[in-house]
Design a protein around this ligand. Structure first.
Ligand code: ATP
Ligand SMILES: Nc1nc2c(ncn2[C@@H]2O[C@H](COP(=O)(O)O)[C@@H](O)[C@H]2O)c(=O)[nH]1
Length: 302
């Protein structure tokens, strides 16, 4: 990053005005990123990873010093000491770091998050009827320390489903309002039909308190979480066989034949994307599969 906010003497007046407007916008955007880190909505590590993935991003233009200053317990003196120990000059922007400096900052932020007791975010995805809900329910009952995020959806409740427990059942208008207010960590249209989304505030609050969080969401949502929070662990739940998947879907008996066919079409697309995930878990036994997922939720040691 060079020349941010600097004027070139030969630049025409109109360009200078546009450049100064752009500089104000960039400052505002960087302030919003810092606020999100302070509020626990984003981790400092995810900001750095975004900067290194996209050189044009707001994050790439942030000074490392300003990012560190958002961290709890890191006043100006400790920030400077941390920069010195990392071999990063005070004026450096995230996007301008060399490979070694990136590596050093990445592991420093990782261990700091672990020490601060940050919980892990694990995303559980997989084809319809593979048993995501069953595995999640096992975790909810047996591992109460894990926050199982309650999604919002525009689909109608099934018999026995309770608003606020299984889902927040919303009409389109309310869902639209949450999208407009940026209240979702991710949201997607699932099976070409209804909208589903993860409300952001409970997830951010739990992670900031050091609790681990499990999201049970679709492939599109998992991809969005990967972009927003690269430190999240993405788990793909697999059926023992395709025939068993069909048996589970049909055996559950909660969808019409037409809906079953629609879901199986989505399932083939989802199964083809399993390589995008960090961990594959075969759900041949609910308890074993749940324990594998819970092991991933353990907070890493510094
Ligand atoms: N390990 C397992 N062995 C046998 N049956 C299972 C297993 N896990 C789940 N099931 C059964 O498979 C059916 C589908 O499970 P579940 O509803 O949890 O799937 P899901 O992945 O949440 O589906 P959807 O994405 O469509 O909501 C249920 O009838 C459940 O009891
Ligand atoms: N992207 C998201 N997908 C979600 C969310 N909550 C649930 N889901 C996925 O929807 C399907 C269908 O669920 P069902 O309850 O109608 O059977 C399922 O595969 C879930 O993984 C969410 O918040 N975001």
């Amino acid at each position: 990053m060079t020349g941010q906010g600097q004027r070139h003497p030969d630049m025409p007046a109109v360009d200078r005005a546009a450049a100064s407007r752009a500089a104000v916008e960039a400052r505002r955007a960087r302030a919003a990123v810092k606020q999100a880190v302070r509020a626990g909505e984003r981790s400092a590590l995810s900001v750095a990873e975004t900067a290194w993935r996209d050189a044009e991003s707001v994050e790439a233009g942030m000074r490392v010093r300003d990012l560190l200053a958002t961290l709890k317990g890191l006043g100006p003196t400790r920030t400077l000491a941390a920069l010195e120990s990392l071999g990063i000059a005070e004026v450096k922007r995230l996007g301008g770091l060399g490979h070694r400096q990136r590596q050093a900052l990445r592991s420093w932020l990782r261990s700091r998050e672990a020490v601060a007791g940050h919980g892990r975010l694990v995303v559980l995805a997989g084809p319809t009827a593979v048993g995501k809900g069953t595995v999640s329910a096992f975790i909810r009952e047996n591992f109460p320390e894990v926050l199982l995020s309650v999604s919002a959806t525009t689909r109608t409740p099934r018999p026995g489903e309770i608003d606020g427990v299984h889902y927040y059942f919303l009409d389109d208008e309310r869902f639209d309002a949450m999208v407009a207010a940026d209240e979702f960590l991710e949201w997607a249209v699932v099976h070409n039909q209804s909208r589903y989304g993860t409300p952001r505030p409970p997830v951010a609050a739990a992670l900031a308190e050091g609790r681990s969080v499990l999201l049970e969401i679709d492939l599109d949502g998992a991809r969005q979480v990967r972009r927003a929070m690269p430190e999240a662990v993405l788990v793909f739940l697999l059926p023992p066989t395709w025939e068993e998947l069909v048996r589970r879907l049909v055996g559950r008996g909660t969808e019409s034949a037409e809906e079953q066919a629609r879901r199986l079409r989505t399932a083939t697309v989802e199964l083809a994307a399993q390589d995008e995930f960090d961990v594959l878990v075969v759900n041949d036994d609910v308890e074993r599969a749940a324990r594998e997922v819970v092991d991933l939720l353990a907070v890493p040691r510094a």
